[in-house]
Design a protein around this ligand. Structure first.
Ligand SMILES: Cc1ncc(COP(=O)(O)O)c(C=O)c1O
Length: 409
């Protein structure tokens, strides 16, 4: 059953979305986003801990701000006090810069050869995850002139994806010595399984990653290199592993209001208690047609839904081309008039069918909430994600370009 939570009424929502467009829109509450950021900032800066400078927050706004609109959420987060931003590539970074964001922006996935000149031109901070990127960045920095270009070094501590191996630290240091136009201002790694607390090899992985990271850091310092800002923690580590917080934390999922999955699953309840968050996005559409379908007749492609009783089927103006995950067909539900209406049949690119037989007074034009809040009710995106075996960020990032984002305080 949908749980209750205070939010704007259906009437307010109808006004927020411009009426003369295809009715599919994502409501993004910038006030809620700022609330989540503030909650995280307080959480990682507990009053009992005496630090000279508060621990910084690098807000992850890649993937178009987890579907919320990267430049818009970055602007709102900067105003709310975020210290840094993280995007995946130069193009995402430029979009955030051009929105007017002044704080540093880290290009998390590094750069492909040729991309580094544009990266530096827009005052973005590069990530070096292979030693052979240093000469490329140095050349671009030399051509760019003025002051040394700052960059962060990524260490691969066990994810086996991106980053230099701890054993390559010496080689990195030698090469850096030849780069007069570069300045190392940060060092980081990414956890593979920070939400896993099971008594298994995977459950021990985060600790091992930390150990490898700090060994690499010690070696770098022994070679006379100041690493700058040290950062490691993603959402699960931020909430559940305070020992990983270092100088700066990198929240993604939790900024947008959702705790990641944990093993064991009960750990999520503890996370929700420790750091209460509010979902930022509600994805909505409207019923654009109602059909009476007799018992025994198929609905949608391949007739995968055949009602056993005469049914009233609502057609929603949104499909997988908008970000309604196709695997919700015949499995998921949406909120209409505060009730759950099952999704029936295969989800099409542009439309989705729902069974509204049991929804009193249902009418064409009614708002359907795919996930988020509907008046006093809420259908959480993480529940939807879990029901189809995926993660919340997958659902949020899937909200496509043709979906209008409506920003509210
Ligand atoms: C390097 C890095 N840091 C932080 C994050 C944020 O992760 P999460 O959404 O789990 O907080 C990501 C996301 O994948 C990432 O790639």
């Amino acid at each position: 059953m949908p749980s209750k939570q205070k939010s704007p009424s259906s009437e307010t929502r109808k006004q927020a979305h411009s009426e003369a467009r295809r009715p599919v829109w994502a409501e993004v509450s910038l006030g809620t986003l700022a609330h989540n950021l503030e909650a995280i900032r307080k959480y990682v800066n507990p009053p009992h801990e005496k630090r000279r400078t508060p621990r910084k927050i690098l807000s992850i706004v890649k993937g178009n701000g987890y579907g919320h609109g990267g430049p818009q959420v970055a602007k709102a987060l900067e105003k709310a006090g975020s210290d840094w931003f993280g995007v995946t590539c130069t193009d995402e970074g430029i979009a955030v810069r051009e929105a007017g964001v002044r704080k540093p922006i880290l290009i998390l996935t590094g750069f492909v050869p040729g991309e580094e000149t544009r990266l530096l031109k827009h005052n973005l901070t590069a990530v070096v995850h292979r030693c052979d990127q240093l000469p490329l960045l140095e050349r671009a920095a030399r051509r760019g002139g003025r002051k040394p270009a700052s960059f962060h070094l990524k260490i691969d501590t066990g994810m086996n994806r991106l980053g230099i191996a701890p054993s390559d630290v010496d080689c990195f240091a030698r090469q850096l010595g030849k780069c007069k136009h570069l300045q190392l201002t940060g060092i980081f790694s990414h956890f593979a399984s920070s939400g896993v607390f099971a008594d298994t090899a995977v459950g021990k992985q985060t600790r091992e990653q930390e150990e490898r990271f700090y060994a690499a850091l010690d070696r770098l310092r022994a070679l006379g290199i100041d690493p700058g800002l040290i950062h490691l923690a993603n959402s699960a580590a931020i909430v559940s592993r305070p020992e990983t917080w270092a100088d700066m934390v990198r929240p993604g999922a939790i900024l947008y209001g959702y705790h990641p999955g944990y093993d064991p699953a009960e750990k999520r309840d503890e996370a929700e208690r420790l750091l209460p968050l509010k979902p930022v996005m509600s994805l909505r559409t409207k019923i654009i047609n109602l059909r009476r379908v007799p018992a025994g007749e198929g609905v949608g492609y391949d007739a995968t839904f055949v009602p056993e009783r005469p049914s009233l089927i609502g057609v929603l103006a949104a499909g997988y081309g908008d970000g309604i995950h196709r695997s919700l067909g015949n499995r998921g539900s949406v909120l209409v008039r505060g009730k759950l209406a099952p999704i029936v049949g295969i989800i099409s690119m542009d439309v989705t069918m729902i069974d509204v037989t049991d929804i009193e007074d249902v009418a064409v034009g009614d708002v359907a909430t795919i996930y988020g809040s509907d008046g006093d009710h809420v259908l959480l995106a993480n529940r939807v994600a879990r029901s189809i075996g995926t993660v919340t960020s997958d659902l949020l990032c899937a909200v496509s370009q043709r979906v209008e984002r409506v920003y509210a305080r």
